[in-house]
Design a protein around this ligand. Structure first.
Ligand code: ATP
Ligand code: MG
Ligand code: MG
Ligand code: MG
Length: 484
């Protein structure tokens, strides 16, 4: 029979435990003491001090040599932001689990690749001829050599040369963010189409040739955005594989949404909304199903970890996600108010114990209150859009001033405005919108300056520097506020 998602997860963990890796629980999705991140975006985040060699020697963490876990990740802001793909494709989520394994200055390339290969081909029994690997082809501009060692490792493991493919910085050099640990990586891709030769389609956006696992060889640190790389004291291995994608492969599905991680949620949403059943297609209705179930998982996990929808930073991102979910649920699926909240117990059932230890009435209150807050704006906004469309000449651009007012006065996230307009086949003139944004930025800068003046008269030079830095970067502070 097919493996359940829970089985896939525990097989991964057991495989590495049997090879001397200690199981470390997932950290919460809100990063601990790392201002360079909005959300935890990879399994390695909590191990950053270990990779950098800065772990406090008095903590148990510092003596860890091998680790395994399944980490709750959110990629909806910052360097790794997949929000715009969610619902449109079948493999990017705002919340997903990244199963990971680590060597901290212990084994390196050959053991890492060999363990991954054994797990995929012997434990999970993915046919070898469906698997492709990539390696870093070097980048003369930044003085980085090609990673021929890794290529050799794969050839030694028995892969034919035409399934060991070179790629550049974009695909095969992994960085956590603008700063921090980084290094060349090797990735494993699955050809879901079976025996056909997919080589030219790896990393080409073909949905049937799917990236599943990234093995990063952490060798460098980037101290400052755009600055040069420094070698790390230890050479470490950091791997991450998306649980949802692996499960879709092992359950013979071509979509993450057709696995036991999502199907019960989709069925529940169908019951609650009474909409036409989900059919997995590219249309608006199926997209809405995917967006809502994706977003409700993110909401449940984030709220459980103490991130509530709000006005800045991660909170603002979550507010945006909630508003998108409300809009797709109410307006596209015609679901009744309260639907998002009612889905939470189903999320908890699916993610039970390992990921979402608990949900409670807080979840429902937060979600329902935020939904209610947005409801009247949503109705007003939809009317405003319709009135505006009605008055427009055919083929004209949607007035940017109206888009801005939807955003500023009615709290429509700009990406949601964009989505709604795209559905009706119109667009805002991007230049006009940029102008309005720029004017708004000037205002925000003035506001920032006042803050800077106040702070500099007071105590703290450090805060001053940070504020200046972000102002120079265009007024964009870590909490992006209205500027995003
Ligand atoms: P992609 O190229 O598909 O966007 P990525 O290269 O950005 O993926 P990595 O940073 O290498 O992803 O993360 C390691 C693994 O985590 C990926 O190989 C994939 O299995 C999984 N993963 C990454 N982003 C997502 C996402 N948004 N939703 C689900 N799984 C993801
Ligand atoms: Mg990506
Ligand atoms: Mg990739
Ligand atoms: Mg990758």
């Amino acid at each position: 029979g097919l493996r359940s998602a829970a089985q896939v997860r525990s097989d991964f963990i057991e495989f590495y435990r049997a090879r001397g890796h200690e199981l470390v629980p997932s950290s919460p999705v809100r990063p601990r003491a790392d201002p360079s991140l909005l959300f935890v975006n990879a399994g390695m985040n909590q191990f950053k001090p270990l990779l950098l060699g800065t772990a406090d020697p008095r903590t148990p963490l510092s003596s860890l040599r091998r680790a395994v876990n399944s980490q709750k990740c959110v990629r909806a802001g910052g360097k790794h932001n997949d929000l715009d793909d969610v619902g449109k494709d079948h493999s990017h989520h705002t919340f997903f689990e990244m199963m990971g394994s680590w060597s901290f200055g212990d084994y390196f390339k050959s053991e890492a690749c060999s363990m991954a290969w054994t797990l995929l081909t012997e434990v999970y029994q993915i046919p070898k001829e469906r698997l492709y690997v990539s390696f870093f082809n070097g980048d003369p501009g930044s003085g980085l050599p090609p990673d021929l060692e890794t290529r050799e490792v794969w050839l030694q493991l028995g892969l034919p040369p035409h399934r060991v493919l070179p790629f550049g910085l974009e695909d095969n050099f992994w960085e956590m963010g603008d700063t921090g640990p980084c290094g060349p990586c090797t990735e494993i891709h699955v050809d879901l189409r079976g025996a056909r030769d997919a080589a030219p389609l790896v990393n080409r956006g073909c949905p049937e040739v799917l990236e599943i696992w990234n093995l990063v060889f952490m060798e460098y640190n980037r101290y400052w955005a755009d600055a040069s790389l420094w070698p790390l004291p230890l050479r470490s291995v950091d791997t991450g594989m998306g649980l949802e994608r692996l499960v879709s492969v092992l359950q013979n599905k071509s979509s993450n949404y057709d696995t036991d991680l999502f199907l019960p949620l989709i069925l529940h949403l169908h019951q609650l909304s009474g909409a036409v059943p989900y059919s997995g297609g590219p249309g608006l209705l199926d997209t809405a199903y995917r967006v809502v179930v994706d977003h409700v998982r993110t909401l449940a996990v984030c709220i459980a970890d103490g991130v509530h929808p709000g006005m800045s930073g991660a909170e603002l991102v979550l507010r945006r996600i909630l508003r998108r979910a409300v809009r797709f649920s109410l307006e596209v699926l015609k679901a009744p108010e309260g639907t998002l909240g009612r889905l939470v117990p189903t999320v908890a059932q699916i993610l039970v114990s390992f990921v979402l230890q608990s949900w409670d009435s807080t979840h429902l209150c937060v979600i329902n209150e935020n939904e209610a807050q947005f409801l009247s704006s949503l109705k007003q906004g939809t009317r405003l859009i319709q009135r505006t469309l009605h008055k427009m000449e055919p083929g004209a651009a949607f007035p940017a001033s109206v888009a801005w007012s939807l955003h500023r006065d009615l709290g429509f996230p700009l990406d949601l405005v964009d989505l709604v307009l795209t559905e009706r086949g119109v667009q805002v003139d991007p230049e006009e919108l940029d102008q309005i944004k720029a004017q708004n930025k000037v205002l925000a800068l003035v506001y920032n300056r006042t803050l800077v003046d106040q702070v500099s008269e007071g105590l703290c030079g450090l805060i001053l520097d940070q504020t200046c830095f972000y102002s120079e970067k265009g007024g964009q502070s870590p909490d992006q506020g209205y500027l995003s």
